[in-house]
Design a protein around this ligand. Sequence first.
Ligand code: OGA
Ligand code: MN
Length: 217
Amino acid sequence: MKPLLSEQIDKPLLEARLQDQLISELCDKGWSIIPDFIPSEDIEQLQQAAAELLRQDLFHQAGIGQGESHALHERIRSDHIMWLDPANTSGSLGRYLALLEAFRLLINRTLYLNLHDYEGHVAIYPPGSFYRKHLDQFQGDDRRTVTAILYLNDDWKEADGGQLRIYTDAAQHNYEEVLPHAGQFVTFLSSRFVHEVLPARRERLSITGWFRRRSGL
Ligand code: OGA
Ligand code: MN
């Protein structure tokens, strides 16, 4: 059986070609979209891991910031999430976290962002769910610095909705739209880009997380 990219010890976790693309896009524009960041064999394993977590009923309704009412949450976002604990995550999800760790170190070496750690969750958007316009940094908490999202959905069509829309200018007149195709990896500066997830018409699966700096840096 062909070893998976993330298991090949004689190769760096991130291919040089992808490293260059990611870093130059993040540097030039502040956001990057890489269609086949993760090979399909690895995606399949991640899909299986997510399916197993779902079977175990480990997801819960996502919140927003602190202190808002449940009713308010539901008008803003309707996805279900399961936080990943890096110390207790093995298998394909653990290997994905190892890849993100390599990515964190690469960003620190090349963009001097001084990223300190990562927090992330698996997210599932049941049919009809969405996440209205928002920024990923919370009020009064500037730690989230780079958002990184990997999508896990096969055969996603435009008609399935669920686009991630990233507004690329401050006035929010221009945007990039991304379909949540399996293997596609999206990163952007968390404090700069307002974004939203349009209503998904079928179940939409992703792993979303944030590289964080220490508070106040
Ligand atoms: C988020 C988010 C986007 C997506 O979870 O903060 O914006 O495409 N997710 O899943
Ligand atoms: Mn977001």
